[in-house]
Write a protein that binds this ligand. Structure first.
Ligand SMILES: Cc1cc2nc3c(=O)[nH]c(=O)nc-3n(C[C@H](O)[C@H](O)[C@H](O)COP(=O)(O)OP(=O)(O)OC[C@H]3O[C@@H](n4cnc5c(N)ncnc54)[C@H](O)[C@@H]3O)c2cc1C
Length: 308
């Protein structure tokens, strides 16, 4: 581990100003579960670490009007995994948070860190992409920086381990819009004739390993059980987490075996995997199809009134 000076500022402005002094040799610290490895292996020379954890207002989970959610960037995986409201409305996100490492990692690892580390296998990124999430970022008032801005999640990533953030920008929150029907997971109140569901599926070599492939689906069924909306995202099969294009062509169909076969083929086509130590590109492509089928089937089950 390299030697570095450690700062724990109390405000976003101080944190961003510190970063702006020497952006090439400084890093923000959240839970540190990725950063400590980066400092040992591939971060390059770093002499300043700026801890974000003392800054008020960066942690917490709140429901927004209409059934959306706002989650602070410093919110830990353990908090996501256990939050009762999120478990009911966004089980895909809770399931993804629940498989990030083991309990000690989940007690430190943050949602913002998972997204800013920009791994294509980041588990929480996949459901958030399926939900159409946005991220809020702030330059902390540093001269020449954006005060604050909101961007689509997919616009956060430039490639593996690379984001589009300016060095002094901090990701402050993740904003998840209400589902298309405006209701919750087992919707009965907001709109009597539609139901929303979402699910996460993941394949790994062992429980503590990162995903070989993961997939998330978010869908709405109309009163006759036909698809009214469908988004599917895939992780670990491209340079970034990616969306499966063309799912609108499936709207109006029931979620049956034929539809799952079609979504599997679409996911295989969308996947752009590489071969690495964990799996071959061919295996990953085939499994992208299987994981997408599982995620869509599981997402539809509660919406149809079945047990997933
Ligand atoms: C043993 C082990 C197992 C793991 N298993 C998994 C797994 O199964 N699935 C998975 O997805 N991940 C896994 N990870 C990776 C890691 O735990 C997650 O990516 C974690 O969510 C990162 O969050 P953090 O708070 O620890 O980030 P940090 O390590 O503190 O930061 C990560 C990067 O993001 C930057 N950063 C952090 N927060 C912000 C912010 N708010 N604004 C701007 N930049 C920021 C940091 O500067 C750094 O470059 C594992 C890690 C370990 C060590």
């Amino acid at each position: 581990m390299q030697n570095f000076s450690y700062h724990a500022p109390a405000t976003l402005g101080e944190a961003c100003a510190l970063m702006a002094e020497a952006p090439d040799r400084s890093r923000f610290l959240a839970g540190g579960s990725d950063l400590h490895l980066a400092l040992e292996h591939h971060a390059g020379p770093v002499d300043t670490v700026i801890d974000l954890k003392r800054i008020a207002g960066l942690e917490g989970i709140e429901e927004t009007p209409g059934g959306g959610w706002r989650i602070g960037a410093l919110t830990r995986m353990a908090a996501l995994e256990r939050h009762q409201g999120l478990r009911a409305a966004l089980p895909a996100l809770c399931a993804a948070a629940a498989v990030v490492g083991g309990p000690p990692i989940r007690n430190r690892a943050t949602l913002g860190g998972n997204l800013c580390n920009a791994s294509p296998a980041a588990d929480t990124a996949t459901p958030l992409l399926a939900f159409g999430a946005q991220v809020e970022v702030s330059g902390g008032g540093v001269p020449g920086s954006n005060a604050s801005r909101t961007l689509a999640l997919e616009a956060l990533w430039a490639g593996p381990r690379s984001t589009t953030l300016r060095p002094e920008e901090v990701l402050t929150a993740v904003v998840i819009p209400p589902p298309p029907t405006g209701g919750g997971a087992n919707e009965s109140t907001a709109n009597e004739s539609t139901a929303h569901g979402n699910a996460f599926a993941r394949l790994t070599r062992s429980a503590m390993d990162i995903a070989l492939v993961n997939a998330a689906a978010s869908l709405t069924l109309d009163g006759s059980g036909r698809l009214a909306s469908l988004t599917v995202a895939l992780g670990a099969v491209g340079a970034t987490v990616l969306s499966v294009p063309g799912t609108d062509a499936l709207l109006g169909r029931p979620v049956d075996e034929a539809l799952l076969e079609d979504i599997g083929k679409m996911a295989e086509t969308a996947a752009q995997p590489i071969t690495d130590v964990r799996a071959s590109a061919e295996y990953r492509r085939e499994m992208a199809g299987v994981m997408a089928m599982r995620a869509v089937g599981w997402a539809a089950a509660p919406a149809k009134g079945d047990t997933p």
